[in-house]
Design a protein around this ligand. Structure first.
Ligand SMILES: Nc1nc2c(c(=O)[nH]1)N[C@H]1C(S)=C(S)[C@@H](COP(=O)(O)OP(=O)(O)OC[C@H]3O[C@@H](n4cnc5c(=O)[nH]c(N)nc54)[C@H](O)[C@@H]3O)O[C@H]1N2
Ligand SMILES: Nc1nc2c(c(=O)[nH]1)N[C@H]1C(S)=C(S)[C@@H](COP(=O)(O)OP(=O)(O)OC[C@H]3O[C@@H](n4cnc5c(=O)[nH]c(N)nc54)[C@H](O)[C@@H]3O)O[C@H]1N2
Ligand code: SF4
Ligand SMILES: [Mo]
Length: 665
């Protein structure tokens, strides 16, 4: 039995290093790595599922081609010859833009960037850009700070107050919990702001349940009270920021009456929040991703940034508005791997790719899908399926059948993390990268993505641009770290290495913005066609619809991240429910007469889905919770969601949707 150090490749805050125990060429067990400074030997069930998915009977180990509607196994030789032949045909007849590369972060390790390289070396393609995930918040923090940065995990121990604003952290970011526990033991108090109950509520002194999508109004209302009470940090405002005055005038609209009415948060709680931010320091704010998946999501993040900045919580130990850690990207040169220079690329926004495919000129003749399952994960499944049905040739690279692969012409089986060598990191939170060693040989005929694309490149005449010793790729990506004396050799030896980021971002109060100060009012935002300062944009869909149709869609539907699965990656579940479970509140149960265990139809303006009901306590009374990621051959959760865009960046607003639920006929 040998223990091999590897790492979790999933799109997660935590980026755990893992230990795979290998016996006679088989991984028998996977455990958290006790030596990792943040994840410290624990891991979640999604990470464990990496192992069960590797050996699952549902794993596809040989290339498949759909012949007369049925999947048949074919050799790699045939698959590569036919697919590369098709690529040549399409480019000759319709040009590069007729090839679509739809990709996302189903695996976030470094070498996966080589998938893009293939299409760039080919001369170009159409590719999906923007985010189903977090872009509105990233753009918001770019306007305010110049970049989204997070405090070192252990810095939270210096916080006096911790505000967990829209992050379901015990479920999605479990390694934050021990840090919070320790901070609480040292005297910190926790506040949770979330329309839905979370596991952390039990540890919180204050739990606030805003109406979904109204956090912007809440933050602006709280800031106004802080200002009116003289609780702002004048030094920060005068020395380190610009544009507060203009913004401050706008705050006058946020009277207590308006804010309570708009957010459903009681006055007393709004005052408590003002007291919390205005009269305590340091306050650490941990933002989640859910609250920016709304029509006004980006501005909501800007409003929260402004609240923390004006009350002096920025650049101090124990403070900060922690959303992401994008500084990591400067230390790992992913662009050197993708090698985009000169490629002729057309961009389709991930969220509205269906509309763009349907109206594309030139049309999409061929699609490659890597590291994503869009039929399950992109809003408005019906429209996306319609768009994909117009594409004559679809190739999916994955490990198992997915809702998307069901529509493909070719399935190319890739390896899992245990069968690959790579480097794992996350730009969501802590600054550690881990070298993932290869634990076992690829199962069956599976190949790493980069090998699949190198085979295609060989046939197309640019194999040498795709095929290099892996260490050369790693060194290329790690080049920016060399000046910090961190190299590949050290990473291989130590396994996990800290990227040299400051523990407390913005401590010198020099920001990355055009002015070098914190920008309450941003010219850049204005030039990009949006409000210069944070404004409140009410949730479009849910408000508008309930106002227009009266009671037709009276509730808000939150399709949050699943507890036990990473997005849609749960295919080998032993007892995958053949319907998802919708959690309704007692108020909704009373209105609809539904009880736990009932079969029901959940509907939105976009579609209907058969669900089972669970009645649960504690959430905002008119909110329905449904875990995203569930799919079957007939249905997905996203058939209920809209392709509406959030206000900033290129971001979907899939939580901004009203719904109705009724007993099955
Ligand atoms: N178990 C598990 N963990 C995961 C993932 C997974 O699929 N499963 N996915 C990973 C990925 S890709 C991501 S992006 C992260 C996401 O991590 P989180 O941001 O923690 O999770 P989300 O489900 O995106 O966000 C939903 C949270 O926001 C709350 N929320 C929704 N609307 C509002 C609102 O209007 N206001 C406020 N204040 N809160 C609101 C929801 O109730 C929920 O608690 O998690 C990662 N970790
Ligand atoms: N309604 C609703 N929709 C959502 C969300 C939500 O909260 N609600 N969350 C959104 C968010 S935050 C995100 S990040 C997206 C996630 O959307 P996706 O990234 O599409 O979701 P995953 O289910 O993680 O799909 C990843 C796919 O990649 C495959 N894969 C894993 N590793 C590899 C690999 O190494 N190579 C290749 N070729 N394939 C691999 C997996 O088997 C899986 O099929 O979903 C978004 N969609
Ligand atoms: S999904 Fe996140 S918490 Fe779970 S093992 Fe992977 S990195 Fe760790
Ligand atoms: Mo995500």
């Amino acid at each position: 039995m040998t223990d091999i150090k590897t790492a979790c490749p999933l799109d997660c805050w935590d980026a755990c290093s893992l230990i795979a125990s290998v016996d006679h060429g088989k991984v028998t067990q996977v455990q958290g790595d006790a030596e990792h400074p943040v994840t410290k030997g624990t891991m979640c069930s999604r990470g464990r599922r990496l192992l069960s998915r590797t050996y699952s009977a549902q794993r596809i180990r040989t290339p498949r081609k759909r012949i007369n509607g049925k999947w048949e196994e074919v050799s790699w030789g045939q698959a590569i010859a036919e697919i590369s032949g098709k690529i040549e045909d399409v480019i000759r007849t319709n040009g590069h833009h007729a090839i679509l590369h739809a990709y996302d972060w189903g695996s976030g390790t470094l070498l996966k960037n080589l998938n893009q390289r293939f299409f760039y070396q080919l001369g170009g393609c159409t590719e999906t850009v923007g985010s189903l995930c977090w872009d509105a918040g990233l753009v918001a923090q770019n306007y305010d700070f110049g970049q989204a940065r997070s405090h070192d995990p252990s810095d939270i121990l210096h916080a006096q107050r911790i505000v967990v604003w829209g992050r379901n952290l015990a479920v999605t970011n479990m390694h934050m919990v021990p840090f919070i526990r320790e901070a609480v033991a040292a005297g910190a108090e926790v506040t949770v702001i979330n329309p839905l109950p979370t596991d952390l509520d039990a540890k919180a002194e204050l739990v606030v349940r805003p109406k979904p999508g109204t956090d912007g109004a809440l933050a602006l209302g709280v800031l106004r009270i802080c200002r009116d009470n003289g609780w702002l940090d004048d030094n920060f405002l005068h020395q380190h920021s610009i544009g507060f005055q203009t913004f401050s005038d706008y705050l006058n609209q946020f009277s207590l009456d308006f804010v309570t009415e708009e957010t459903d948060v009681p006055r007393e709680q709004i005052h408590r929040l003002a007291d919390l931010y205005g009269r305590h320091r340091p306050v650490a704010t941990l933002l989640g991703v859910g609250l920016q998946r709304y029509a006004g999501g980006g501005n909501a993040i800007r409003a929260i940034d402004a609240l923390a900045a004006a009350t002096g919580q920025i650049g101090i130990s124990g403070g900060g508005v922690n959303y992401a850690n994008r500084q990591m990207t400067e230390f790992l040169d992913e662009e050197a791997l993708t090698g985009r220079n000169g490629a002729n690329v057309r961009e389709f926004f991930r969220g509205s790719q269906a509309e763009e495919i349907i109206t594309a000129d030139p049309q999409i003749e061929m699609m490659f899908v890597t590291r994503t399952n869009p039929v399950s994960q992109v809003p408005n499944t019906a429209l996306l399926k319609e768009a994909y049905s117009k594409i004559p040739f679809i190739v999916v690279v994955d490990t198992m059948m997915t809702a998307t692969a069901e529509l493909a012409d070719y399935f190319l089986p890739c390896t899992t993390v245990f069968e690959e060598e790579d480097i794992s990191l996350s730009t969501m939170w802590h600054p550690y990268v881990t070298f993932a060693n290869r634990a076992i040989d690829p199962l069956g005929e599976a190949k790493p993505d980069h090998e699949i694309f190198a085979l295609l490149a060989d046939r197309l005449g640019f194999g040498e641009d795709m095929r290099r010793p892996l260490d050369e790729w790693f060194e290329l990506a790690l080049r920016p770290l060399q000046k910090h004396q961190v190299g590949l050799q050290q990473l291989r030896q130590l396994g996990t290495v800290r990227i040299p980021l400051a523990e407390v971002p913005w401590q010198d109060k020099v920001f990355r913005t055009p002015s070098g100060r914190y920008e309450f009012t941003s010219k850049k935002a204005e030039m990009e066609g949006t409000s210069a300062y944070p404004t409140y944009i009410a949730p479009l869909e849910s408000h508008a619809a309930s106002k227009l149709d009266g009671r037709k869609f009276p509730y808000a539907l939150l399709t949050v991240h699943p507890r036990l699965s990473e997005n849609s990656q749960h295919r080998e579940w032993p007892n995958l429910p053949h319907r998802p479970v919708a959690e309704i509140t007692h108020a909704i149960a009373k209105e609809t007469g539904l009880s736990t265990g009932d079969g029901a139809i959940l509907s939105t303006p976009y579609g209907e889905l058969a669900v089972y009901i669970k009645v649960s306590t504690g959430g905002h009374p008119f909110t329905v919770q449904l875990e995203s990621g569930w799919w079957s051959t007939e249905a997905t959760v996203n058939q209920l969601t809209p392709t509406t865009r959030a206000d900033l960046g290129r971001q979907t607003a899939q939580y901004d949707v009203p719904c109705h639920v009724r007993r099955e006929a």
